[in-house]
Design a binder for this molecule. Sequence first.
Ligand code: BLA
Length: 495
Amino acid sequence: TADALPSDLAACDLEPIRWPGAIQPHGRMLVLDAQTLQPVAASAGWPAPDHAAVLEALDRTALSSLPAAGPGMSPISLGSVQLPGRAAQEVSAHRTASHVIVECEDASPQDHGPSRIYALARNFLSRLNEARDLPALCLLAAEEMRRVSGFGRALVYRFDDDGHGEVLAETLEPDYDSYLGHHFPASDIPRQARALYLLNHFRLIPDAGYAPVPLLGLEGCAASQVDLSHALLRSVSPVHVEYMRNMGTLASMSVSIVVDGKLWGLVSCHNHAPRTLGPNARAACEHLGQLLSLQIGALQAAEEAAARLELRQLTLSLVAQLAESDGTLSRLVQAGGLLRLARASGAAVVLDEAVWTVGTTPPPAELEALAHWVAARGEDIYASDELARDFGGSPALRENAAGVLAVSISQVHRHVILWFRPEIVRTVRWAGNPRKAVDEAGRIHPRKSFDSWVERLGGRSARWLPSELAAARELRDALIGIVLRRAQEMADAAT
Ligand code: BLA
């Protein structure tokens, strides 16, 4: 085996997980034509008389009036149906563009009654207010999710902008390994899986040792054309079930956390032994995920608003200080708060060939080259948290300025304000070596080890936040006002 190349990992992105043409064996599926409601495909091993019996027991109007499946929508429960010689079947159904998909499962003794579910939800809601910050909120959600699901481990996993993940909170039974604080590479949950999880917020794999049951097309319908994106029983990626077995977890459940229309993270639950969940417990887990998503959204909005308010006050104070002086931009480096505005370690004001600095900055020659380069880009605001990659420059530049935020005041003159941030060397604890193994045939396999593997990442500064970019823009607008007024005053004085 060798280390995987990016092209191998790209192959992970290509597996068509929404059209597997197969289901997991803990239920049965009947696919109907969306218009005629006639069967067009069914899971193997399910005799035709059963199809007819299920259809007969279901309300045709309910079937034909199912809403189209959309983001965050789960199949609708149609109650239970008794089939001759079989356990009672819990039936759910949903509508796709071409099909109505009917799914049946044996009624589960592990399901909670609705009253128990309400009690759990009430408990969660009343404790939500106690959770003041993100870690506390995530821990509370993990605890509740483990309580409702009965799984051995529950963790809250957050994606970063590149799709890599970090475990923010975790609760586990004694014989489970801890992943708290561990990072997982984006390829563990590849791009198309993340896209699907934004659409469908819930999945359950009761037994990773399962053999998929093929979906068989009945009349000119190819099973691989049936979109199972929203199906409860969808057979999952074989690479992923191998990963689960390597991880020592035979059952898994995950619930999407969606904030502002983006996949923020997952609550992921594991069990060493196979484990399933009935429809009530599943619905409760979905609701917990929705409550958590809303609460994270509220928390983030509040933090963002507080940060913006503080930055606005700093901007106003800077502008006031400047307006009280002679109004030349170079005075900015003497004003209190210039570094604080951008949480920077250094800043520079470049006015054509002249440079003024405060704090730690690159040497003057490099500063000028950088200002020139920024001005030539013709953008009002420019930000980079990896200047070595985006601009280049010498080691001295990189040392003092791993990241830069730049504001161009004038397109005509080279008038630029620059803020610098130092390198932060992050030590990332990956769960296992994130570089995947490739076998002789060039196929990629999920890694077998989940022991910590520590990597140092350098060359980057802290990210520039949207609130900081907004403050820079506001400062720019105010400064342009001052500069123009000053030019006008000088013109007036000359006449
Ligand atoms: C899916 N990978 C997943 C899922 C999780 C993870 C949670 C969602 C399905 C589920 O709920 O079980 C990964 N599970 C994790 C991680 C943690 C965890 C990181 O608990 C952290 C504690 N996986 C690989 C490689 C490939 C890959 C190399 O390691 C690609 C070749 C693929 N993972 C992969 C695919 C899916 C997946 C394709 C989608 C499965 C599906 O829904 O069909």
